[in-house]
Ligand binder design. Sequence first.
Ligand code: BES
Ligand code: MN
Ligand code: ZN
Length: 503
Amino acid sequence: MSESRPVPTSEPLATLPTLRAVKATPSGVRADLLVVPVRDGGVAEAVKPLGRALAAALAKRAKESDLRGRVDELLLHPREGGMVALLGIGAGNGADAWRRAGARARREAERIGARRVAVWAGTYAGDAGVLGAIAEGFALAGYRFDGYRSETRPPRAESLLLASDLLTKPAVARPALDAVASVVTAVFAARDLVNEPPSIGTPRHLAEHARRLCAGASTLSAESWDAKRIAKEGLAGLQGVARGSAEEPRFVTLRHAGKGATKRIALVGKGVTFDSGGLSLKPAKSMETMKYDMAGGAAVLSAVAAAAALELPVDVTAYVPATENLPGGRAQKPGDVIRYANGRTVEVLNTDAEGRLVLADALLVAGRSRPDAIVDLATLTGAARIALGSLYACLLANDQPLAEALLAAGRTSGELCWQLPLVREYRDDIKSPVADLKNVGGGEAGTIIGALFLAEFVGTTPWAHLDIAGPAFAERELPLASRGATGYGVRLLVEYLRGVAAG
Ligand code: BES
Ligand code: MN
Ligand code: ZN
């Protein structure tokens, strides 16, 4: 019997430009495109270092085209050996503004086909955070998922130079730029995993990916449980959901045992590689993007990989319950009752509320090693996307300091989340007449109900849940991501882990 499947991609899907900082004068910078950031109202000040003739020409053109320095405004002008661009960055001071400027520079570079790009860092050059943010935006905005196109337009930008005459010790920026490269590599890996067509991006594919990550990283180790082991460990939710599919489930773990670690963190990620809803079948339209139902799993694997690349002194493990949710002949049925390893029973009334079923197993397994905190990422409810849209994840937690740490990491990294209350009174909604719990409530407060269900499986360990159904997938182009998977959560988790490591 032969199987017909999409052709897997073989080429690396997106590559990083080289990132460097140098001490130079503007006229000494050799680049196809030199980008000069302009604060709102700061044209005269911004063009000054470019030398009298060029400065005058740029100031004149800026005036003619009413360029003031508002966010993303851009003016292109010839200069010796290439082009120069004035780029508005608005009034913002934070990393966000610089990431966005880096991203805008990248889009312009790709539009005009510039291979060597430079950004004039001027007086900001002393701040490694600013240089890192520009580089991060520049690198992230270059992502493509082109492996399945016959006509590709691969990114042209090969290098980014961050230049300033004040950069007396460019080597100081090296660690920040290397860190950016590690994190962006991890973000791209998460995007690739999610964007992969679902018949390629199977549970086995996720397991294989985790195994490959271990090559060349001495602190990383991966484990993958097959169907037999999953049964032996009593992972009832994962088994139940997997029953409707011919594709075997996997329970994937990836651990970074950081040297000098004093804290142990568990990351749990939903790994439903395709969610049809099961017998509680979704409408066709709702199914179109359901390959992204493993975005949480992809993000936690990538976060652990990044923690290893950054050599963070923290012990962090990703747990990913991976399965398809399909309505095959052996599929679990509405009304079925499953029994978890901790003895809890659940009446499965809606097979489309499958995420919480598989996460319950993963939370129980994660809890076995007594971590200091558990953070789960899951595309758990459509209601989360309705509540906060595509730019914020919903955060719910049983521990306020943990919630605050994640909110802060979100602000620093630019991957935002907003807290919803874990309203204990609503727990009555998931009482079942035949079992301890049922897997759906009455329809109100869907995101909170999902979190309350998960809370039943974490005990007293500090735990936070990020419902990433909104930000994990972009229906349109974003400043830092193309349409499709965004890799949301990788940068936030890395930032959170940095905080944990710093104590
Ligand atoms: N994977 C979906 C949630 C989802 C929906 C993510 C849209 C991203 C975009 C999840 O498994 C699901 O189907 N949830 C149901 C829960 C309901 C049956 C209680 C939902 O949101 O409708
Ligand atoms: Mn579902
Ligand atoms: Zn789902």
